[in-house]
Design a protein around this ligand. Structure first.
Ligand SMILES: Cc1cc2nc3c(=O)[nH]c(=O)nc-3n(C[C@H](O)[C@H](O)[C@H](O)COP(=O)(O)OP(=O)(O)OC[C@H]3O[C@@H](n4cnc5c(N)ncnc54)[C@H](O)[C@@H]3O)c2cc1C
Length: 262
């Protein structure tokens, strides 16, 4: 059995710049990092590797420079790594991304668990994890705040939802999306860094995955980005001070349009 951790390389910025013409984020010249949520997914995988001896494979679908993030995952402790990269994968929406990753998991075989972060900080859809599970026809446990047990044929988790926590168990293989703070991610080790520098990381493209152009990337994406833009900054609000009754009257009048702004 083995554990796959799907990780995304994302722009290291909150100052996201948009190419309104191409309908994409400007990634050129923007430093890239491991998606912060995925560090918790990786740590969860490594915890169960340490407990059960199931090797961890860090996997990403991305451009060649995403190899850097995989080397970081190996320096932290991943046993193997795999880059899914091909020009045909560009422009993928979450469906096409999930479909491509699922086909890699099938090709790897003998995978007991796929772990993902809750969401990526650039696309922010939180759709890829559930999409991979659907493509594999596996059960999925999302918003996992704690993995309390992994046995040969099932996994038990605490799922954090609004107002509480659900304790869920499902058969393996399964997909889990891991919440921030589900654990404390470990740091890269010297040995890990040396291993990462030497490691030959395989790259799988369309051919290795046995996929057609029409089912991956922009071509294979049911959704299209019609327009992407930075919303206009709205003018600042008004701050009023005074007695609660007076302020309540002012607000009511304003809402009813009976008093113009002073
Ligand atoms: C601003 C913006 C808006 C977008 N909106 C949409 C949209 O509404 N609908 C849509 O279908 N696509 C959308 N996309 C495209 C979408 O970003 C990509 O499809 C992307 O590959 C996956 O979606 P995500 O970034 O939302 O990741 P999420 O689904 O939020 O990622 C969840 C987890 O899945 C794993 N994961 C995600 N991507 C990869 C990867 N490439 N390799 C390995 N693991 C991965 C990681 O563990 C991650 O933590 C958008 C992209 C951008 C930049």
């Amino acid at each position: 059995m083995r554990i796959v951790v799907a990780m995304k390389q994302v722009p290291d910025t909150t100052d996201v710049r948009i190419d309104e013409e191409r309908g994409t984020l400007v990634r050129e010249g923007v430093p890239a990092i491991m998606n912060p949520f995925d560090a918790y997914a990786l740590e969860e995988g490594l915890r169960w590797r340490d407990a059960l001896g199931w090797p961890v494979i860090a996997l990403t679908m991305g451009p060649p420079q995403a190899m850097e993030m995989l080397r970081e995952a190996v320096s932290i402790g991943a046993d193997e790594a795999l880059l899914l990269s091909d020009r045909a994968f560009a422009g993928a929406d979450t469906w096409a991304t999930a479909h491509t990753i699922a086909s890699a998991v099938e090709k790897l075989g003998d995978v007991a668990m796929v772990l993902t972060g809750k969401q990526a900080i650039d696309g922010d859809t939180a759709q890829t994890g559930p999409g991979i599970a659907a493509a594999l026809d596996w059960p999925q446990l999302t918003f996992v705040g704690r993995v309390s047990e992994v046995a040969g044929d099932h996994v038990t988790v605490e799922r954090y939802v609004e107002g509480g926590c659900e304790v869920l168990r499902c058969p393996l293989p399964a997909l889990l999306t891991i919440l921030k703070d589900a654990n404390v991610p470990r740091m890269p080790s010297i040995r890990g860094k040396m291993k990462a520098r030497k490691m030959e990381i395989p790259v799988w493209g369309l051919e290795e995955l046995g996929l057609e152009e029409g089912e991956v990337g922009l071509e294979g994406s049911p959704t299209r980005v019609v327009r992407i833009r930075t919303p206009e900054m709205r003018g600042g609000g008004e701050i009023h001070e005074g007695e609660p009754e007076e302020l309540a009257r002012l607000l009511a009048d304003r809402l009813l349009g009976e008093r113009e702004p002073s």
